[in-house]
Design a protein around this ligand. Structure first.
Ligand code: GDP
Length: 328
């Protein structure tokens, strides 16, 4: 196989559309690269893939570490491939930029799904800010859709800002919870519950069954207090056991119900349009910034200004104004 450099954009696109996983992986590597030449090539590939994208269902899954996300995604993913679907699992884990090793990213996860020909699993790009991860994930979704993946699952840890980011790129948002831990213990903020289209209380097996059923009733009651959703969808609370494969089919049926409703009432398309508009502005913001900081004169002026600020010869505000006035 040719290297990334020797492979033409057209060859990439042709092979991605044929669901050639190795080309798909390498195209994602281009998307994730910070090398400008790689990014330029990635963008050419993306442009040609865009007409073949937008045809999957995108599901966000969040929950604190230990709630059972990877176990759940593994059985859920297997259930979907069993239905003949092609599933891509992507992760958004900004923690990988803050600490060595990520909360989500270890390789032993989802062993069965990894070996399923109809599943494609890609860990979160590492060493990135949340904004960087978001852009790369969005572009990766496009490539996976062009490769024919019908279901895109985006996993994140429910402890930071990343759920909002995931929410901004999926159609359906599923929150996994445990029955026996308070919300504070689970690090779940009210905002996340508000974003969720469904809450699945996991580990509903063995001695946990009674507790999970109780929690289900409590959550259902609590959800009633939230304002009605624009989608007209009434968020559901369900229980499941990822290890015992209980409630998995029902969760998929519920998600299907959501898609039927929102495609019928138009909310699905409205939300995607809204997300696309955000994507437009984020792309513009990114490009403006990257063009700006790569300019030689600007780089030199920034170095000079930092020295002047250190020597208290200029204040940061004036320095910034001066740099912004430089013609590019
Ligand atoms: P993640 O950190 O959210 O990805 O959680 P994992 O999928 O790694 O699961 C954390 C632990 O919970 C593991 O030891 C799993 O075996 C266990 N676990 C996951 N799902 C279930 C479940 O449905 N029932 C029970 N009893 N244990 C589970």
């Amino acid at each position: 196989m040719n290297s990334i450099h020797n492979t033409s954009v057209d060859e990439f696109v042709k092979e991605i559309l044929n669901n050639n996983i190795s080309y798909l992986s390498r195209a994602i590597t281009l998307v994730e690269s910070n090398n400008l030449k790689h990014q330029a090539k990635a963008h050419q590939i993306l442009e040609k893939c865009l007409p073949h994208s937008n045809n999957s269902i995108r599901i966000g899954i969040t929950g604190v570490p230990g709630v059972g996300k990877s176990t759940f995604i593994e059985v859920f993913g297997k259930y979907l491939t069993g239905l003949g679907k092609k599933v891509a699992v992507l992760a958004i884990d900004p923690s990988s930029s803050i600490q060595k090793g990520s909360i989500l990213g270890d390789k032993t996860r989802m062993q069965t799904l990894v070996n399923d020909d109809n599943a494609f699993i890609r860990p979160s790009p590492s060493g990135e800010s949340l904004g960087g991860v978001a852009r790369k994930t969005r572009e990766t979704i496009t490539l996976c859709e062009a490769a024919g993946h019908d279901v895109i699952i985006i996993e994140t840890v429910g402890v930071g800002q990343s759920e909002t980011t995931v929410h901004s790129m999926v159609d359906f948002f599923l929150l996994l919870k445990l029955a026996n831990a308070g919300d504070e213990l689970q690090g779940i903020k009210r905002g996340i519950i508000e974003m969720a289209d469904a809450i699945a209380i996991n580990k509903a097996d063995g001695l946990n069954v009674k507790e999970t059923n109780l929690a289900k009733t409590e959550f259902a009651r609590a959800l009633h207090l939230f304002p009605a959703k624009e989608s007209d969808w009434i968020p559901k609370v369900v229980t499941c056991s990822a290890t015992e494969n209980i409630g998995i089919k029902e969760i998929y049926e519920m998600i299907t119900e959501y898609f039927t409703l929102t495609q019928k009432n138009g909310y699905f398309y409205q939300k995607r349009n809204f997300q696309n508009k955000n994507w437009l502005f984020e792309t513009i913001d990114n490009e403006l910034k990257s063009d700006f900081y790569q300019n030689d004169t600007i780089q030199k002026e920034i170095v000079k200004s930092i020295k002047m600020i250190e020597n208290q010869e200029i204040n940061p505000f004036h320095a910034a104004k001066k740099i912004l006035k430089i013609k590019r």
